[in-house]
Design a protein around this ligand. Sequence first.
Ligand SMILES: *Cc1c(COP(=O)(O)O)cnc(C)c1O
Ligand SMILES: [Zn+2]
Length: 410
Amino acid sequence: MRAVYVVGRRLADMETTEAFEGLSCRDCGEFYDPETGTHRCGECEGILDPAYEYDEIDVDRETVAARPFDSMWRYAELLPFRREGAVTMDEGATPTIDCPSLAGEVGVGEFLIKDEGRNPTGTFKDRGASMAVTAAVQHGATDVALPSAGNAGQAAAAYAGRAGLASHVYLPARAGFTTKAMVNVHGGDLTVSGGRIGDAAAAYGDAMDEHEDWYSLSSLVTPYRHEGKKTMLYELVEQREWDVPDAIVYPTGGGVGLAGMYKAALELRELGLIDELPSFYAAQATGCAPIVEAFEAGREVHEPVEHPDTICGGIEIPDPGGSQWILEALRETDGGAVATDDEEILDAAIAVAQSEGLEMAPTCAAAASGAWALADAGEFDDDETVVVVNTGAGNKEADVLRSHLMSQGV
Ligand SMILES: *Cc1c(COP(=O)(O)O)cnc(C)c1O
Ligand SMILES: [Zn+2]
C-alpha cells in the first residue's frame, strides 16, 4: 500500500475489496487509484465512478442467498470496501412490500414498495452515508462537509458521529424540522442559510474554500454515495428471487440513487446474475422537474430550473449535476419520466397510508403519484410488476401530511 498526499496531507493506506480497481471518470475516462482519486476528476472535473474487475468477482445466486439478509454490506464483493472496516449501522436490507389494493387500483400485476423508511435515520441516504463516511475514514479525514436538502445531512451527521469525525452540514431554511434537529442531536455543526438548496450549496462552497482539509460528502462529488445506494437494486432483485421487476419508479432529485441502481442492474447483467434490465422511471414534482423536461424534449442534459417550488424538499434540486447519467438510464432501459403536482403527491401519500398502511414522506410520494400517472397514461401492462421506491419514512414529515388533511377540512 502506498502512502499518498493530497493537498499536502498524508492519507491513510486504504483497505479495499479484491475486485475494486479504482475510480473512472465518466466524462473523460481518466482512471485513478482509490488512494489518489477522492472526489471529482483532476483532468475535467467529471464524476468519478468506482470501477471493478468483474472477472474477479465470483458470486452466484446461491452464495448471496445463503447470507443473512441483514445489511447492504452483504454484497461486499461488489462494493469498494470490506464489511469489517465499514462505518455501518446495518443500513439497507429493507423490505419490499406487496401492495395488492394499489395494484388493483392502478391496474398492474404487482405493485411493490421498497421501504427505505426502515433505515437507521429514516431514509435511504444512510446507504450513501455509510459508504462515503467509510471512504472518508479510509482517506484519513477528520472533518466531513456537505450541502443537503435535509435527509443527507442528518445521515451524514449520524455516520460521522459514529466514526468520530466532525460533520459540517449546510441546509436551506426550507429543510424539514426533523432533519435540522437531528443534525444537532448527532453533534453536527449545522448552518442554515437562505431559502433553498442553492443557498445552502453556496454557503458550503464558501466554507470549503476556507477549510481545505474538509472532506466533501456532497453527492456525486464523492464517488461513494451512489455506490452505497446501488445496493437497493441488488436487494430488490434478490427479494424477487432474481426476477427483475418491469418498472422501478424513483423520486428523483439529484438522481443519485437512480444512477446507482442503473449501475447495479448493469453489473448484475455483466455478472450473469440477471438477463434483463428493469425500466427506470424518474418521478419529479411539476414545481421542479428538470429531468422530466429534458427527457420529454429529447435532450441529453437538463436545463436548470430558475424558480423551483415544491413542497417535496428532497427532490427540489433545480440543477442536478448528474442529469446526463440519469437520462441515459431512462433511455437505455426503455423507461421514462413523469411529473405530478404537489396536491396530487400529497394525496398519493395519504392514499398509500390509508390503503396499505405504509408511511411515505411527501418527497417519496412523488414516486407513488408518478406511478399512478404513468399507469393512467397506459405505460404499464396489466400483468407487469411496478416497484415504487419509498426513499424515506413518512413520520419525518408528519406535519406536512397532516396539514394537507387540514387544508381539506379534515
Ligand atoms: C435525497 C432524497 C431523494 C432524492 O435522491 P436522489 O437520489 O438524489 O435523486 C428522494 N427522496 C428522499 C426522501 C430524499 O431524501
Ligand atoms: Zn475526467
